[in-house]
Write a protein that binds this ligand. Structure first.
Ligand SMILES: *[C@@H]1O[C@H](CO)[C@@H](O)[C@H](O)[C@H]1NC(C)=O
Length: 351
């Protein structure tokens, strides 16, 4: 037996594979399971749900598909009307194991005012927004306790809410679509107060720039969220997830490379950046699609007040945008020493 194990290790070493130890505490195994299950949802969930729906149509349960289809069409606009949050789903212990895997932390720097609505402008997107989605799409990070009187809605691409079955999970998280209608609805102070609308400003474009140890954000031409803030009068809160870019090691894709051109093309067509999420496997640390166990600290900065202006001119938008960019850099620079290794040499790159 011993010689077999020795040989196995010799072969592994030759191949450069690093195995997980045999004796791992149960809690850590559950964390890995939680993250692996989540990766299955992310990678295969949409295709699986569409196939399931089609399979149902061609089965003796076709009437179920029909009923659900009718109901979904009737319900299709809910993602623009505040969504349908289910606290029970946000409370699942799945998300607490997911949180502890990295681990993810949510850090407050100032109090928020529950009589206002806020735009949380989150950076960086990373490959899968692992930190911010844990913090704002679930209750695992105790958002309601950290920000008393506040609630949060994560904003996602509208196409996710058109996938049968999986849309219900997205809606349960409290997610809403990224349309102007949806954002202005959520931020409407006459309808509700204390809402934090969580936007990934850099979106899929920023995801392509996610590489460990680098902080490159897509902001200089992103002005839609500034217009929304001005139209609604909602303050903008810079939110920065330190470590978000460290949890996956995607292939190198510099501007102009063949891989980058392919990714840009798919993004243009589908709105989603195709990135193979190189991280680790379940039983070994050398390859696979699980994220690495590397801490993510999602830091919520101080709100920047924005004057209400229903028809802002381009110059007015540019001025607010410049001020916000400065605030984001300030947040990054003032916090990085706590969360970034080698922080003296790491700066925020804005494209
Ligand atoms: C969710 O958890 C919070 C505590 O974090 C609790 O106050 C609330 O009642 C729970 N809600 C449901 C529906 O389980």
């Amino acid at each position: 037996m011993d010689t077999i194990i020795k040989k196995f290790h010799a072969v592994s070493n030759a191949l450069g594979i690093k195995w997980a130890p045999f004796h791992v505490p149960l809690s850590r195994r559950l964390q890995t399971l939680a993250v692996a299950a989540w990766m299955c949802v992310v990678l295969f969930g949409e295709v699986a749900c569409v196939l399931l729906f089609i399979r149902l149509i061609y089965s003796s349960y076709w009437w179920l598909a029909l009923l659900y289809g009718f109901w979904m069409i009737n319900d299709i606009d809910i993602c623009n009307k505040g969504g349908r949050k289910v606290e029970w789903v946000r409370n699942w212990s799945w998300w607490r194991y997911y949180r502890d895997y990295f681990p993810i932390k949510l850090v407050k720097t100032t109090e928020l005012d529950p009589s206002k609505n806020y735009i949380f402008a989150c950076f960086p997107h990373g490959v899968l927004c692992s930190g911010a989605s844990g913090a704002f799409a679930t209750n695992a990070l105790d958002f309601y306790k950290i920000f008393p009187g506040m609630t949060c809605n994560l904003i996602a691409l509208g196409s996710h809410f058109k996938v049968p079955f999986l849309r219900e999970l997205g809606l349960a998280f409290g997610s809403c679509a990224s349309s102007q209608e949806s954002l202005l609805y959520l931020l409407d102070k006459k309808k509700h107060q204390g809402k934090c609308v969580v936007l990934f400003v850099g979106g899929a474009a920023e995801a392509l720039d996610s590489h460990p140890g680098e902080y490159k954000v897509t902001l200089s031409r992103r002005k839609g969220f500034i217009r929304i803030a001005m139209k609604s009068g909602a303050p903008i809160v810079p939110v920065f997830s330190f470590g978000e870019t460290d949890v996956f090691c995607p292939a190198n894709n510099p501007q102009g490379s063949l891989l980058r051109k392919f990714q840009e093309k798919v993004k243009q067509i589908t709105g989603i950046s195709p990135i193979f999420p190189f991280g680790r496997g379940i039983f070994q640390y050398s390859f696979g699609v699980l994220p690495l166990r590397s801490p993510i600290n999602t830091v919520v900065g101080a709100p920047m007040e924005v004057d209400r202006n229903i028809e802002p001119t381009d110059e007015e938008v540019d001025a607010v945008h410049a001020e916000f960019t400065k605030r984001l850099i300030d947040l990054f620079e003032s916090q990085k020493s706590k969360y970034v290794k080698n922080h003296e040499n790491i700066h925020l790159i804005i494209t």
